[in-house]
Design a protein. Sequence first.
Length: 109
Amino acid sequence: MAKGMTKSQIADRLAEKTGLTKKQVNHLLGELVALAYEEAHNGFPLPGLGKLVVVDRAARMGRNPATGEPIQIPAKRVLKFRIAKEAKTAVVVGGAPNAESSGAPQAES
């Protein structure tokens, strides 16, 4: 199985594609993450990729795997990422959708 990209590799690739410095790209990524944290409770969309959403999970019964004893699992709120249809299609079919249909900004040539 192939390993995912590191933050440094992502910054290198984006710097190369956009013409920004790696430092500027890292700052932009940091600001994007901070904004996502602040706005996740309202749903935070990343066009063409997906959306961060908060989901309420109901209380339920579970089992202690060591003893088999039933336990009550309390209700809680969790953060989930819902993948966009375009992203699912790109991964399953094996090609990235064109930038025009995804709403992603295009780099100038």
